[in-house]
Every structure is written in C-alpha cells, then in structure tokens.
Design a protein around this ligand. Structure first.
Ligand SMILES: [Zn+2]
Length: 414
C-alpha cells in the first residue's frame, strides 16, 4: 500500500531532525521527483537511545505538520520480530520483518512438499524475462532453497498475521533477510518470493542481502561490476515474480544500505530507469553524524562537545563497535588519538567526518567510530539535546544537504 515508486528510510536517532530531513524531500518534489519519507527505527536503536515507538510517531507527525507535507509518510518498525513487534503496533504503519534468525532452520517435510508442488513449473530449467541465461534447476535444487528459506518466510507469515490481528488499518510490509551470513543470489530471491506467494504474504518491499560489504556510514566495499549484474537480475526477478505469482504489483526491492553507498547509487539509478521500477532505500541514521558536524562547525563550546563525544567513543571503542561488528571495518591504527583531535580546528573536525571522499582529511575510520558512538551522546543527556536546539541553524542545513545532495540526487535524479 501507499509507498510511491521511490521511498527513502531516514533514520533520526534523537528525533530532532524531522523538519530538516523533510526539507530534502520537498526540494526533490520541486524537481518533479516524488519520494515517500519513511522514518525507520529499530528495536535495538530505541533501546540504546531510551526512546519509544510513540516518540518516532510524534516527531514525524510534528515535522509533517510544520512543513505542510501533504503526501504520504510512514513510520517503520525496523527489523522487528515476533518478540519485539508489539511495542510498535499502534505507532508504526510500516513493518520490516527480520527473519534472518530463521534462515536454514528445519521445516516440516509436508511443507516442503507443498511448496515444491506450488512451484512445480519452476523445478525444471526456466527463463526469467530479460535474463539471458537459463535458470538451471531441478527438484533437488528447489528442495535445497526450500530448506534454506521456508522457515524464514513462514515466520514472516506469523508476524504478518499477528500484526493483522491487531491493526485493522493498512500498512506497508517488508521482508528483510539482509542480516544473514551469506548474500542471496537472484535465484534465491526468486524462490523466496515464490514462498511469499505460496503462503500469501502481501509484500510491498523485500530486502535481500546483496553481494559486497555494506558497512555503516561509509561507501560500498566489493566488486561493483558483480553488484551491477546482480542488482539488475534482482529487479528482473521481482518483475517476473509479480507476473507469475500475482504478488502485489508495487512490490519492489529495499536496499538496506547502511547509508552512503555512493559508488553503487549510479548503478541502481540506471537499472531503475531502464526498467521503470522503484526502490526503497533505507539509510542508517547518519543524520546523527550531520548533527555532530553541525555542532562542531560552530567552534567554541560546540567544537568542545563534538571532541568530547569522540574522545569518549575512542576510549570505549570495543564496547561501541561490538553490536555492529559485522558491519564495520575500523582499523584502530587509523583512528586519531583524542590528544590529536583535541587540537583540531572546526574545519579539521568537520572535514575528517563529513563523507566527501575527495576531501583530503576525510577519515572513514573516524567516521565509522563516531557513527556507532551515538550511545555517548545519549549518555550526555541534556548537554547533547540542548546543543541540538541551540545550534539548530548550523545542524539543519547539514542534515538537509546530506540527504538531498549525497543521496537523493545521485540515486533518483542525477
Ligand atoms: Zn537491514
């Protein structure tokens, strides 16, 4: 339901930047590009921040009102499971069901048989419109895929029914399997969508794990050519699955980007244009880094506060990095020691942190550590919150500019 062709997940850790974020989408609208904003926040993030799903709803509603946004917008209960969904039920209208933990779990043999029967015509070599090579499968290949993915899809069905039972109003439904150990190839995606059709899961978006590394807040690391081939095939698989299985016609890929995958944005844009399809881009709360950039740019007390956040993050790096270990590549030797950072002027701090790769001072290790260092700002409590209010006029333009120029333009406009 409801999502326009293009949509963007804009995390906002501290819930202060709704207006500045929306400003970027309003600018895109003036260029004729309609993008649906989705405020996403996961259970884990709420726990770290000490916020509640109702807070995200309030922030988004307020931003929408004060900016006179008249189009659709959503609140994403990001990466929820059956265990964690309840707190979100009355405040979210977009549910990202994370079933990564169920991948590869055993399923009753009768279910496997039923599924194979359902996709009988795809248990021998077949072709997907637009893809040259034949998909070479037989019963055993499909059986293997079923063993790998059915438990996950059946779990998603349970979550979906649980939400349905308590929410009479429509919502967006996303299936996420991006936090699995291995990427899903286009053929995996095909059978996952087949399984969704088989158990009547009306998906709006699906978030596979793509090839390559999607580290938090920094660029893509991996084989760009291979990504390009796979992404194009994934788009064709989704189109084909919609036709073959009668899945919702607006079903589209969701890219859990971890933010800032600048080197693959042009590839994604070209594929979307070529096939006239949309995408949901989920970002990872790098708005918080724009807050630190804005605060540091003020100099004086602002710069001191930003340095203090880094200094504490540096001393607690192991603890902060631990929950994100699989999506960070930080080389401790490349992290400047706090003594050095404390001597920096505003522009040195800002240019080391802001994600402009051509900038001589840009330091991806420094950036990644601060990205996961939001817990420090949480612990600072009012010292940090007050700075956001006090320096709003410095922070907001950074937030807007980041979303518009570094994400929306290369991905949707260029
Ligand atoms: Zn994800």
């Amino acid at each position: 339901m409801g999502l326009s062709k293009y949509s963007i997940g804009i995390g906002d850790r501290f819930g202060h930047q709704g207006k500045a974020q929306l400003d970027a989408l309003i600018t895109a609208g003036k260029q004729g590009i309609e993008i649906t904003p989705v405020w996403n926040k996961s259970y884990r993030e709420h726990k770290t921040i000490g916020s509640l799903p109702t807070d995200t709803r309030i922030t988004a509603d307020r931003a929408v009102q004060s900016m006179n946004w008249t189009k659709l917008y959503f609140i994403d209960a990001d990466h929820i499971s059956l265990k964690t969904v309840d707190g979100f039920l009355h405040f979210s209208d977009f549910f990202t069901m994370d079933v990564a933990d169920e991948i590869g779990k055993p399923v009753a043999a009768v279910k496997i048989r039923e599924f194979i029967q359902f996709c009988e015509r795809f248990t021998r070599p077949f072709k997907i419109t637009g893809i040259d090579e034949e998909i070479a499968v037989d019963h055993s290949v499909v059986g293997k895929r079923a063993n790998q993915y059915l438990a996950g899809v059946l779990e998603a069905k349970k979550i979906y029914q649980h939400i349905m039972a308590q929410r009479p109003t429509p919502f967006v439904l996303e299936l996420s399997i991006d936090e699995t150990e291995y990427p899903q190839l286009p053929i995996d995606l095909f059978f996952i969508l087949a399984a969704a059709a088989w158990c009547r899961l009306p998906l709006d978006t699906i978030a596979p794990k793509f090839t390559g590394r999607f580290n938090k807040g920094v660029d893509y690391v991996g084989d760009i050519e291979q990504f390009a081939r796979e992404f194009e095939k994934d788009v064709l698989v989704v189109k084909f699955a919609i036709q073959e299985f009668g899945l919702p016609s607006n079903l589209k890929l969701s890219v859990h980007s971890g933010s800032d995958k600048f080197s693959i944005y042009p590839i994604i844009r070209k594929v979307l244009k070529k096939y006239n399809v949309g995408v949901h881009l989920k970002t990872a709360g790098t708005t918080w880094l724009e807050e630190v950039i804005g605060i540091a740019s003020v100099g004086g007390d602002g710069l001191i506060l930003a340095k203090e956040i880094y200094s504490q993050a540096y001393h607690r790096k192991d603890e902060l990095m631990k929950p994100y270990a699989t999506v960070l590549d930080i080389d401790p030797d490349r992290l400047p020691v706090p003594g050095v950072v404390n001597a920096w002027k505003s522009d040195e701090f800002v240019n080391s942190l802001r994600h402009i790769q051509s900038e001589r001072l840009y330091n991806p290790d420094f950036r990644q550590l601060l990205h996961v260092g939001y817990k420090i700002a949480v612990e600072m409590g009012l010292d940090y919150q007050n700075a956001l209010v006090l320096y709003e006029e410095y922070v907001a333009p950074n937030v807007t500019e980041n979303i518009y120029s570094r994400h929306i333009v290369p991905l949707f406009i260029a």
